[in-house]
Ligand binder design. Structure first.
Ligand code: COA
Ligand code: AMP
Length: 626
């Protein structure tokens, strides 16, 4: 505990020394002299006058240091029966040429590029190529439908969109190009060009004058050099669900991001250059950004891009096969993947087929790690199972068991302790800090450490209002939890309208907006309810407009389809119920918390401010689990 405590204490008491030291692990064109700029507090900047390039740090410097022949990227795709590898020199060559393609299409420092791609190497190459040019990428998860893509294009205003003809969901081919075309029809902003990577599973028709073929453009490209950027220049924007219907563009800078991720690899993940690190996530999520693409490459590791699922591609031994085949040391994924494996192979029988002797750690995040999944994974794998807690906004873990710095005893249900740089506090609902054992809102004292978001894209005010206005000097995480007497943090779940479905972050407000847009719906409420596999799934209650006499079952089917078509299949909304009224307070606020409690079978007191208690009572027959 002592090494951890000392590091954490120094990071809080003397952040300039702590992060100034960490910054030495990054190659700078101009070393930062201003480590922390607090002149615009509560908006802080790290390494304000430093100049660097993230792609240079992820690729070029390793090649220059003689690691050119080491594997940088392994692509394993059971859904297409393809495997490929890229050494650092090969990946650099691809990235530099694709940066040349983007440059020829007019992309310059500061321009945005939207990337809408499945889990193929071209997605990683596109991201790094943007970083090389100082352009700002915005990756949109492939499971999002056209409307979600359109909202992001509208907000990010990209010069170019990079996409592929299709993705593959187990055995189902999902054509991306029609979704992209529909999104561009809907969006008022039109990019100049779309670069399309054609996959043989579904070739996409191209629009003359706008669409550019990836392979064709690459065959003519001249490699582009790294562009110098300020540490504070944006590297990417990643949209994430908040409490409103519109996703927020989380902005990540270059310098702080590189320093934080580089620091995290040895200290949190205990993974060194040359070792194989596998984040089984998707490049469309923050875990994919940080731990499929940037951190392993910044640290000179080999990263793994897996286009498959934990089960069904072909079976529940898929993860063990990948770990054994490539000598994975560290696996990072979401608990839901392990619940899926456990459901199909409860005894872990498939493990016997694989040699996992090089496997050392399983890190889990993205949702609460339930003690049952923790115990099952620990027993089956015989390696430390590390729960760690973070958010798109922070970009790296807020709380973890730091395996490279000072491994601590595990307490199931707790992601252990705050990571150096994060001064975590618990507040009650009136904004007063509470002590150990008391449940409350989890806040982080500002400044947040390097790597955390510095703004909402195009809107500093929104950043301030969403995260910093609740209590001056503190960042509102949106999660609830408590510390125990020994300083272990317990994260119990969101206290706002964000839900986590199979590790995918969704906004109930956004689903409500889509349902409310149906012509027969007067009002609705969406809540997250517990689910054995996915952790949470949404359930919707809809009140119909007076006079609507269509069959309720037909309307519910239409509402399910509407959410799937507008948000995407990942919403996993399968149950909508028509009700006569929603429970509300006298001031008209829908009592979602009370509904959630009923659905989860928890006996919560009925709020004294309720206007229509009968409505809540009536919901028991609909929501209460058997
Ligand atoms: N493109 C298109 N569709 C996608 C998609 C993508 N990239 N990702 C998911 N979908 C679809 C799925 O095919 C599914 O469609 P369906 O309703 O027609 O079956 C739907 O979205 C829901 O997906 P998901 O919630 O992932 O459920 P699933 O039943 O397909 O798989 C798990 C369940 C647990 C196997 C899966 O969620 C998983 O592998 N999770 C791993 C954790 C993870 O990657 N988390 C990300 C953050 S770390
Ligand atoms: P995302 O921004 O998609 O990474 O989702 C962030 C949210 O996921 C957090 O605010 C938490 O609600 C949840 N989360 C992530 N990791 C954990 C964890 N280890 N324990 C509990 N909740 C988690």
């Amino acid at each position: 505990m002592e090494a951890y405590r000392n590091a954490w204490r120094q990071s809080i008491d003397d952040p300039r020394t702590f992060w100034g030291e960490a910054a030495k692990a990054i190659s700078w064109y101009r070393e930062p002299t201003i480590i922390l700029d607090d002149s615009r507090a509560p908006i802080y900047s790290w390494f304000a006058d430093g100049e660097m390039n993230t792609c240079f740090n992820a690729l070029d410097r390793h090649v220059q240091n003689g690691l050119g022949d080491q594997l940088a990227l392994i692509y394993d795709s059971p859904v297409t029966d393809t495997k490929a590898t890229y050494t650092y020199a090969q990946l650099l060559d691809e990235v530099a040429r694709f940066a040349g393609v983007l440059g020829d299409l007019g992309v310059e420092k500061g321009d945005r590029v939207v990337i809408y791609m499945p889990m193929i190497p071209q997605a990683v190459i596109s991201m790094l190529a943007c970083a090389r040019l100082g352009a700002v990428h915005s990756v949109v998860f492939g499971g999002f439908a056209a409307h979600e893509l359109a909202m992001r294009i509208e907000d990010a205003r990209p010069k170019v969109v990079v996409s592929a003809s299709c993705g593959i969901e187990v055995a189902r081919v999902i054509e991306y190009k029609p979704l992209l075309d529909a999104a561009l029809d809907e969006s008022s902003h039109k990019p100049d060009k779309c670069v399309i990577f054609q996959r043989i599973q579904a070739e996409a028709p191209m629009l003359a004058g706008r669409d550019v073929d990836w392979v064709d453009a690459m065959s003519r490209a001249t490699p582009a050099e790294c562009v110098h950027v300020l540490a504070t220049d944006p590297l990417y924007v990643l949209y994430t669900s908040g409490t409103t219907g519109r996703p927020k563009g989380v902005v990540r800078d270059n310098g702080g991001h590189a320093v934080a991720l580089q620091w995290s690899m040895p200290n949190i993940y205990d993974t060194s250059p040359g070792e194989v690190f596998w984040a089984a996530s998707d490049v469309g999520w923050v875990v994919g950004h940080s731990y499929i693409v940037y951190a392993p490459l910044l640290a000179g590791c080999t990263t793994l891009l897996y286009e498959g699922k934990p089960v069904g591609t072909p079976d529940a031994g898929a993860y063990w096969r990948v770990i054994a085949e490539y000598g994975v040391k560290t696996l990072f994924t979401a608990p839901t993947g392990f619940r899926a494996i456990k459901r199909e192979d409860p005894q872990g029988a498939l493990l016997a087929n694989y040699d996992l002797s090089r496997f050392r750690y399983l890190f889990l995040a993205g949702e609460r790690l339930d003690p049952e999944t923790y115990s099952w994974a620990s027993e089956q794998l015989d390696v430390p199972v590390i729960d760690h807690w973070w958010q798109t906004e922070t970009g790296w873990p807020i709380a973890a068991n730091l395996m490279g710095l000072d491994p601590l005893a595990v307490k199931p249900g707790s992601p252990t302790v705050p990571v150096p740089g994060f001064d975590v506090r618990i507040f009650d609902e009136s904004g007063v800090e509470v002590g150990p054992g008391v449940e409350g809102l989890i806040m982080i004292r500002t400044p947040l450490p390097p790597g955390c978001t510095s703004s909402v894209w195009g809107d500093d005010n929104k950043f301030f209002e969403a995260y910093l206005s609740y209590s001056p000097g503190y960042y509102l995480t949106g999660d609830g939890g408590h510390f125990d007497e020994e300083g272990y943090l317990f994260v119990m779940g969101r206290v706002d309208d964000v839900i986590n479905v199979a590790g995918h972050r969704l906004s109930t407000g956004e689903i409500e907006e889509i349902i409310a847009g149906h012509p027969d719906v007067a009002e609705c409420a969406v809540i997250g309810v517990a689910d054995d596999l996915k952790g949470q799934v949404p359930r919707a209650l809809a009140v119909l407009k007076a006079g609507v006499d269509r069959d309720h079952a037909v309307i519910c089917t239409e509402l399910v389809a509407r959410v799937r078509n507008q948000l995407g299949a990942v919403a996993s909304l399968h149950q909508v119920d028509v009700v006569t009224a929603l429970p509300k307070t006298r001031s008209g606020k829908v009592l979602r918390k009370s509904m959630r409690a009923i659905a989860d079978g928890v006996d919560a007191p009925v709020p004294s401010t309720i206007d229509n208690p009968d409505t809540l009572e009536a919901l028991k027959t609909i929501l209460r689990p058997e």
